[in-house]
Design a protein around this ligand. Structure first.
Ligand SMILES: Cc1cc2nc3c(=O)[nH]c(=O)nc-3n(C[C@H](O)[C@H](O)[C@H](O)COP(=O)(O)O)c2cc1C
Length: 176
C-alpha cells in the first residue's frame, strides 16, 4: 500500500498539489491522509497515524515547501508519530524495510536554491533523508515540482502525470 501523508495548509488554494493528488488518489492501493483536514486543531491521533504507517509499504510526504522546510503540521506529525520505541530506539522497528518518497512543490525554480553557504536543493532534503534513514526507511530520489507560480496548466498537468507514473512504476517494481 502507498500512503500519502498530505500536508497543505491551504488546500482550497492549491494548484500544483491539487493536480498531483487528482492524478494519484484513484490508483489502486493508494491511501491519502490529508493532515490539515484531519487535524485542523493540530491534535494528531498518534495511534491512527501509526496504524496507517504500519499498513504502508511506501510512505510519501507530499506538501508545498514553506520557508525551505515542511509546513508546521507535518513537522508536528513527525515529532509526535515517529515516537521512541516505535519508529526508533529500543524496539523501535515499526518502519524498518519500508520506503519513503518526498514529493514537494516549490514556488522557486531549481536555480533559486543555489543560494547560501551550502547551495543546492539536495541540502534541503537532508533533514528528511536523515530522519528516514534513522527510522530504517529506504529513501527514494525525491519528486519535485518547481516554479509553481509560473507553471501553466499544461505544465502542471504534465508534472502531475509524471508523479502518477512514478507511483505506478514503484507498484510495478514492488508487485508480489
Ligand atoms: C508561508 C509560505 C512559505 C513559502 N516558502 C517557500 C520557500 O521557502 N521556497 C519556495 O520555493 N517556495 C515557497 N513558498 C511557495 C510554495 O511552496 C508554493 O506556493 C507551493 O509549492 C505551490 O503549491 P500549491 O499550488 O499546491 O499551493 C512558500 C509559500 C508560503 C505560503
Amino acid at each position: 500500500m502507498i500512503l500519502i501523508i498530505y500536508a497543505h495548509p491551504y488546500p482550497q488554494h492549491s494548484h500544483a498539489n491539487k493536480r498531483m493528488l487528482e492524478q494519484v488518489r484513484t490508483l489502486d492501493d493508494v491511501e491519502v491522509r490529508s493532515l490539515y483536514s484531519l487535524y485542523p486543531d493540530f491534535n494528531i491521533d498518534i495511534a491512527a497515524e501509526q496504524d496507517a504507517l504500519s499498513r504502508a509499504d511506501l510512505i510519501i510526504l507530499q506538501h508545498p515547501m514553506q520557508w525551505y522546510s515542511t509546513p508546521p503540521l507535518l513537522k508536528l506529525w513527525m515529532d509526535k508519530v515517529l515516537s521512541h520505541g516505535w519508529a526508533y530506539g529500543h524496539g523501535g522497528t515499526a518502519l524498518h524495510g519500508k520506503s519513503m518518497l518526498w514529493a514537494v512543490t516549490t514556488g522557486g525554480a531549481e536555480s533559486h536554491f543555489e543560494i547560501g553557504s551550502h547551495p543546492g536543493f539536495d541540502v534541503l532534503a537532508q533533514p528528511l533523508e536523515a530522519t528516514a534513514i534513522y527510522c530504517g526507511l529506504k529513501w527514494l530520489p525525491p519528486f519535485t515540482l518547481h516554479s509553481t507560480f509560473i507553471c501553466d496548466e499544461e505544465t502542471l498537468q504534465a508534472k502531475a502525470r509524471h508523479y502518477k507514473q512514478r507511483l505506478l512504476a514503484w507498484q510495478e517494481d514492488n508487485r508480489g
